[in-house]
Ligand binder design. Structure first.
Ligand SMILES: [Zn+2]
Length: 106
């Protein structure tokens, strides 16, 4: 199972996650971004009533490859030209998105 992230590769419209045990996951940027962990976005996807609005908004944005900067050995900071540059994306969070494991409040 995808547990320890070994490398993260950016393509034009998606990101590929490679794990130590050989698992590989692919995640389109628009999907990644709909779960942005920054202080502005997090309360929106945490709220089931606002979650859809955020997803729609992200879909309307031009697909862009974010800048990625490693933060220690457990996280990465993505910088998107169309806003959202302060979020710290832990490998765990990214894996949760790729595996559809994130919980929203009910
Ligand atoms: Zn954000």
């Amino acid at each position: 199972m995808a547990d320890r992230l070994k490398e993260l590769e950016r393509a034009d419209d998606s990101i590929t996650l490679r794990y130590v045990d050989g698992d590989e996951l692919n995640l389109p940027y628009h999907e990644l971004r709909a779960w942005c962990p920054c202080a502005k976005c997090r309360p929106r996807w945490k709220d089931p009533h606002r979650r859809l609005g955020l997803a729609e908004e992200v879909k309307r944005l031009r697909v862009e490859m974010p800048k990625a900067e490693a933060v220690g050995r457990y996280a990465v900071r993505f910088t998107w030209t169309s806003g959202c540059s302060s979020g710290l994306w832990s490998f765990e969070h990214i894996t949760d998105i790729a595996l559809n494991r994130l919980e929203v409040d009910h």
